[in-house]
Structure formats: structure tokens, C-alpha cells
Design a protein around this ligand. Structure first.
Ligand code: ZN
Length: 221
């Protein structure tokens, strides 16, 4: 494309703690922000609903993309109700919350959507620090995909990963710095059992989120 909107960014946005923090980070860094949410057969439709509400509250453009094929690929406990979710990461493999290729598909689609809007900045909340063993959350993957997307579309995309090197406590600290700690705490959904805010308290996502919050609040006290 000829004209890039260099002060706009597209955030890959699930409505969870990480991508919501990234949404507000992007609002600080860019004049205009777009949120892109994927509906891929999540067990909890509330996730998409909450993402839409939070995007509205944050006053960003909300784009919803239906990608049911992602939920149909492979067997994983996030989309298949018959699979009981791993509570711990197995020693020698990925937890069954792993959706193979998910970030590959999300970011590739995000780049196409960004291009349609003349945007070259893409933001994703992946983190290598707390990465639960998902290979497509690693910095090497993101950098590799960034090069590939640029070659694929002859564009100059820049993928931003504000959370790449910080842990969950650092993510809470960033939310606080951005003035949205309460919003992130109460109006996002991270829980694998679909309970907003502080969640069910016992699934792996809730435990990671709470441990990070306790560590951050203790460091502040
Ligand atoms: Zn939970």
C-alpha cells in the first residue's frame, strides 16, 4: 500500500489480562488503536463478549474475526468440551491447552487486517517469561514471523511485544503504570473455566494470574 498510518496500531485482543494490558499500552503509544478479536470456537463465548465491552470502554475500534477452523484443528482443551484441561504442564510435552499454530494464524490474519487499514504496527501480548511451554509465544518465533509477513506482503510490519520479557507481576505493574489496574483486574477474563476477574482461583491461568498479582502488590507494599 502507499499510505501507512504510522500512528495507528492493531492489537491482537482476546480480552484476557495480557492482551488487555497491551491494548492500554498501545493507547499510550499510538494515536489510534484497533482491537482484533478472534472467535475460534472457545468454550466460553463470554470471552468474546467481554472483549467487545472492554474495547468499547477503551474507545478503540473493535474488529471481530470468525476463524472456526482454528478450533477444528488438532485436539485441545480450550475448544473441545470433552477434553479435561491439564492442570499442570506435562514434563515432556505441551499442556493440552496448546492450540497448535494459533499465534501463527492470529498474527498472519492480523497482518492482513492491518494492511487493509493501512496499519503497520501490530501488538501482541505474548510472553516468553511465563510462556507455559507454548513455542509460538517465544521471541524467536515472533521475529521470524515478522520477517516472513514482510516478505509475504512486501510491507514493513512491526510486531510489538510489550510483555515479552516481563512476568505476570511485571504485567500487573505495567497495568498500574498505565492507570488501569482495576479495569484489568475486574473486567478481563483469563480463567480457563470462564469466570471473569479473579476467576475460579484453581485453574493454571488463575493461579499464574493471582501469583503475579500477589507478587506485584507485595512489592508495592
Ligand atoms: Zn480459573
Amino acid at each position: 500500500m502507499n499510505m501507512m498510518n504510522k500512528d495507528e496500531a492493531l492489537v491482537v485482543f482476546s480480552g484476557g489480562q495480557d492482551s488487555s494490558t497491551c491494548l492500554f499500552w498501545a493507547k499510550r503509544e499510538f494515536r489510534k488503536v484497533h482491537a482484533l478479536t478472534f472467535r475460534y470456537g472457545q468454550k466460553h463465548s463470554l470471552e468474546v463478549e467481554m472483549a467487545g465491552k472492554l474495547a468499547e470502554k477503551a474507545e478503540v475500534d473493535f474488529h471481530l474475526m470468525d476463524t472456526p477452523f482454528i478450533g477444528q484443528l488438532g485436539a485441545n482443551s480450550l475448544t473441545d468440551a470433552s477434553i479435561v484441561m491439564d492442570q499442570e504442564k506435562p514434563e515432556d510435552s505441551f499442556p493440552n491447552t496448546f492450540v497448535p499454530g494459533r499465534n501463527l494464524f492470529f498474527l498472519s490474519i492480523a497482518a492482513v487486517v492491518a494492511r487493509e487499514h493501512g496499519i503497520n504496527h501490530i501488538v501482541t501480548g505474548v510472553s516468553q517469561t511465563d510462556f507455559s511451554g507454548y513455542p509460538d509465544c517465544r521471541d524467536s518465533f515472533i521475529k521470524s514471523l515478522n520477517v516472513t509477513l514482510n516478505l509475504a506482503m512486501d510491507e514493513q510490519f512491526i510486531i510489538h511485544t510489550p510483555l515479552m520479557w516481563i512476568d505476570k507481576a511485571g504485567t500487573w505493574a505495567l497495568a498500574d503504570e498505565l492507570g488501569v489496574l482495576d479495569i484489568i483486574r475486574n473486567e478481563t477474563l483469563t480463567c480457563y473455566n470462564g469466570i471473569p476477574g479473579d476467576g475460579c482461583g484453581h485453574c493454571p491461568a488463575c493461579r499464574l494470574r493471582r501469583a503475579g498479582l500477589e507478587k506485584y502488590l507485595a512489592s508495592k507494599a
